[in-house]
Write a protein that binds this ligand. Sequence first.
Ligand code: ANZ
Ligand code: ZN
Length: 799
Amino acid sequence: MNYDHRKIEPKWQKKWAKEKSFEAKEDGGKKCYILDMFPYPSGAGLHVGHPEGYTATDILARKRRMEGFNVMHPMGWDSFGLPAENFAIKTGTPPQESTDKAMDNFRRQIKSIGLSYDWSREISTSSPEYYRWTQWLFLELYRKGLAYKTFAPANWCDSCQTVLANEQVVNGKCDRCGNTVVQKELSQWFFKITAYAEELLKDIDKLDWPDRIKTLQKNWIGRSEGVEIDFRGTNGNDEFSIPVFTTRIDTLFGVTYIVLAPEHPIVSSIVSSDERKVVDAYIKASQSKTELDRTGAGEKTGVFTGAYAKHPLTGEQVPIWIGDYVLARYGTGAVMGVPAHDNRDWDFAKRYGAAVKFVIAPPPGIKHDNEKAYTEDGILVNSGEWNGLTSESARQKIADELENKKSGKKTVFWHLRDWLVSRQRYWGAPIPIIYCAHCGEVPVPVENLPVKLPKDVDFKPTGESPLARSKTFHKVSCPKCGKPARRESDTMDTFVDSSWYFLRYCDPKNEVEFASSESMKKWCPVDMYVGGVEHAVLHLLYARFLTKVIADMGCIDFREPFTSLRNQGLIMGENGEKMSKSKGNVVNPDEIVERFGADALRLYLMFMGAFEDSKPWSTASLVGVRRFLDRVYSLTEKVDKKVEDEALTRILHRTIKKVGSDIENFKFNTAISSMMIFVNAAEEKEKIGTSILKDFIKILYPFAPHLGEEAWSKLGEKKMLVTESWPIYDEALTIDSEVEMVVQVNGKVRDRLTVPTGLEQADLETRALALPKIQEWLKDKKVIKIIVAGGKLVNIVVG
Ligand code: ANZ
Ligand code: ZN
């Protein structure tokens, strides 16, 4: 018997909405905050990857409610961003308009899937009620010295006279005019996330997050212990000193040159007149390269400056080069070149003919042919008085020696950089700062927030940010002295919006605070956070940073926002390739809901494979899943109150146990398999006990809630299933009553034996020996001993 999803799904959705079934309660029950990464409402609508994660959290949220938790499960929109602005520039449609349309569409699509969100808490980051508090947070950071303005390189197109986002630079060229993009120093706003580097690193270990995400975060923060060591030289009568940073001070005797970043401030004063022309040309060329170009897999290039410095221990003269694989912003912007023990230096030395001097020998038993760099630790050689030491102890001793001689010091550097938050864009939260000729940088007074985006802007396609051209927006009077002043025209990175949204859900309508302390105390931290792995680094790191800042402001009493985190895998097209419009393999959730129903879509998304794995779409399997749901529905025709069935009861209890623990472990696919086993068994029966089927419907309900409600009411229940509790299993009934044992003769499998669990050894021996096949094998032989192992195996040893 098939159920009509087109009829029953909207029916139950309406009932849930009418009863406000999913609104978090003011009080009652232990709190549980289950959160999805909120989507960017793109014009293309929902992708099937969205409901994959949303269904997982929905299953958990529904189960938690049944367990008596007071669940908060909200949804909202990360609605500022570049695509809406680009669309405006291309078509003239204001971003507000296209975004509103996209949000309406997303909301409709999400509701059609029966996800149990508390819509009373819906937020959108592009609404003035929200971005007012994003601006307020900016000002709080500014007050604490955690937001500051400084020069930083940006992608700049000289012909368009504009800054470009990374994705607008294609092969080093402007994607609008084709002009070569250069790196230009522009004054930009930063958040001082580096002030929290230590704590951000230290706290990672406390989190229930996937290991690979934790590792990515650790590497991104990148704590690096080493030595800063001075190489001194003279330039005519002037002495100079170049500090270099190394993590391998044990290789100090292998240094054959040093390399400075092209931007290093000392370059212009040490370069010899012979080399100046070449050096200037090299510096100019490196300006058009991004950091990624410079540090990537490409060739390492450089030029000689004509200057030398003295090796601090051997006194040798080492040549000074510049090379753009050395970054000005990391360490000291200078490195010591050790070609024998570093791959990049090896390539560089081979290219330019620098000497290679091996000073670390592999430990005994390991060979190295010196045809490439030896980059591991080992034993020091060619290193004077340090010969024979291990790398490890040499690092300590040489560092101490350099500290004594005052030519070096132990240092820690961090890879983490401050967060560049300004964007030369329209569709974002305006940075609430005013520039006054008399007073300088003046923060917008809090009572004047929000600084609203102007609506009277022209979206004609000119290629320039509309905000930069709005006259009304820029002209203001200084809040301090009242004289004419100018507003900051940059907006904030959308990652700022999304780094605190989980707090706003606690108190989304508050007009006097970003959220009340009580509400945040009640709901936070987030108990379970689910989203794509693409946010493994930036979004999660920024949210962790903001949480720590807000904790230091005294507003909250926790320092980590997301206690547990899970990532969904990518859903590929039916052909195994990434879903994309151009490949024509995109699956539209609307069509699936219309043809097969929301429950089938939900169940299929969870059945496709392991939650965190990437997996291809298959309409054929979806059809199979829908058929399974129809079979479940048919079972409601076969119930009988009077039927008692021990075997099916046992399977039911085992299924309850398995589904419960699988949901906890995000193993939704195996939960569904076990429900399929139950249904197979139930179908074999003439009649099914009503209470057995009811319990089964309860555990299926988080996966297929519409069908669950429909079956529930068909079984005669008047109240909605939403209000029911999660069934409790009896452990004794979940234990197998029988086991199959393997019977061996001299270690070779000869037969199998099914016995009740918990049989005595003597009893087992008798039964095994009585098997006809075994008797055949034992003929004319003497039994020496019988071994019973693990309740699974009987081995008869004969002689
Ligand atoms: C000599 C050496 C010998 C190095 C050797 C490595 C191996 P992490 O771990 O990332 O901190 N380095 C230092 N500053 C740099 C900069 N601004 N740009 C590019 N490279 C820089 O890496 C530290 C190592 O990266 C340092 O140790 C330095 O090379 C290089 F067998 O010094 B090493
Ligand atoms: Zn002023």
